[in-house]
Design a protein around this ligand. Sequence first.
Ligand code: FAD
Length: 464
Amino acid sequence: MTHHFNPFTDADGDALRAIVGADNLSTRGADLDLHNRDQSRHPMGNAQAVLWPQTAEQVAAVLRYCNDHRIPVTPWGVGTSLEANPLARYGGVSLSLEKMARILEVHADDFQVTVEPGIGHKDLNAQLARYGLFFPPDPGANATIGGMLANNAAGIRTVKYGASKDNVLKMRVALADGRLISVGSRSIKQSSGYDLLHLLVGSEGTLGVITQATLKLVPVPSLMSAVIASFPSVQAAVEAVVAVRGSGLDPAALEFIDAKQSALLRDHAGVDLEEKPTLLMEFHAVLPAALDYGLEQVRQICEELGASRIKTTTDNAERTKLWAVRHHAYETLVRLHPGYTFLIDDVAVPISQYPALIGYVEEIVAQHGIRAYMKGHAGDGNIHCEFPYKNAEELAVVEKINDLIVTKAIELGGTATGEHGVGTGKAHHMPHEHGEALEVMRGIKATLDPNGILNPGKIFPDVG
Ligand SMILES: Cc1cc2nc3c(=O)[nH]c(=O)nc-3n(C[C@H](O)[C@H](O)[C@H](O)COP(=O)(O)OP(=O)(O)OC[C@H]3O[C@@H](n4cnc5c(N)ncnc54)[C@H](O)[C@@H]3O)c2cc1C
C-alpha cells in the first residue's frame, strides 16, 4: 500500500514548536545528519526536522498534528540499529526520545522499575546498582529502553534472562491519532484481553511511540564466572553449545566466535584467545560450591568434544574485560578493515539446528571463496555472519550469500532476524518467513496507523 505524505513546511515547524517548545525542534544540517544515520550500511534517512518532546502528552500532540497533516514520524532512540530501523525513509520528523530519560519509580520490592523511553540501559543499570538489581537484556551499545523494546533487542544474557519482550510488564504508548494508552499491567501474571503489550514490542516504531515502560529486574548475581574454551573445529564448538544447553547448567552467556575473529581479538584487543573456534561462557550462582560444580561439568563437556584449551576465571576484572572486548568486537573488525563496509546477518534457529546452520554457512562461504567472520549468541541459536565488501559487485555477491543463509535458517525452523529487527534491510524476507500472517500484520498496521505516518517503509517490503 502506498500512502501520500506532505513535505514538512515552515508552517509545520511553527505548529510543532508550539507543542514542544522553540528549543526542541531543529532543522539544522548537523542535527539532521546525526538523525539520518544509524550504525548500519544502509543509505541515510531523509528527516526534515528533529523534535525532542519532553512529555507523553507532547508526543501524543505531535502525532495528532502529523497524522492530520500526513507528515511521517520516525521515533529515534540513540540510533544504534543495524537495519536502518530509525531512519526517516520518507522524510518528515525524526522524533527523538532523548529528553525523556528519567527513572520514574523504582519498585524495589517488586523487582520492577518504571522509566521513560530515552534512558540508556547501561545508565539505568548504573543507577539500579544501589538496589542490587539490574535489567538484564544487554545489546552491547548503550541503547535506549525505547529502542530496545521497539526492536525487541536481546544480547549476550538472553540465553538465561530472555529478550526485551520477556522483561517488560507494562507500557504507555502514544498512537498515531494522538491517543495515549496503557498496555499490560505490573502483575507478573497477565491474562486479560489481547496482548497489546507484546504486539507493540518489536514493532519498530510502526504502531506507536513508547512513552513509558515498567520493566522486570533481577537481583545482581552474587557469584559469576567466565569460561573460554577453544575447539579444533567449528562443528565441535557448536556441538558443545548444544551439549551445554542440554546439560541444564543454565549459562548466563554462551557466545561463539570463529577462529579468525578470535585471533583478531587476541592480537588487537588483548584478550587471551587462541586462533580457534571459541566459546565464551558465563555462569551465575549463589553458592561457591554450585559455581565450582557447574564449571567442572562444563569442563567435562568441552573436553569430551575435544576442546584444546579451557580457561575458567572468577576474577571480576578479567570477566568484565572479556565481555567488553566481545561487545566491541564489531568495532574492532571495522577498524581493521579500512575502506570496507560490512553486511551483518542475524539469523536464528532452534538450538538443535544450530550445528546444521553453521555447517551450511561454512560450506556456502567456502564455495564462493569470500571473506566472512562469524560470531553469535550461540546459546540462543543466533549467529551474526559479517561480510566485508568494498564495491557494488562485492555487495551483490554477499547479498546473494546472505539471502541463501536466511532461506536456510527459515527452512530449519528459524527466523531472518533474531534481534536486530527488520528495518529496511530484512523486509524482503518477510513474505517468505510469514506467508499469510504478513497480511494480518498489514491489517493491524492499517487499523492502528491508517495514514501510515509511523516509521513508513519499515518491516513491509512495499509500503510507503
Ligand atoms: C556494535 C553493535 C552491537 C549490537 N549488538 C546487539 C545485540 O547484541 N543484540 C541486539 O538486540 N541488538 C544489538 N545491536 C543493535 C541495537 O543496539 C539494538 O537494536 C538497540 O535496541 C537499538 O536501540 P536504540 O536506542 O539505538 O534505538 P534506535 O536505533 O534509535 O531505534 C530502534 C527502533 O526503535 C524505534 N524506537 C526508538 N525509540 C522508540 C520509542 N520510544 N517508541 C517506539 N519506537 C521507538 C525506532 O524508530 C527504530 O525503529 C547492536 C548494535 C551495534 C552497533
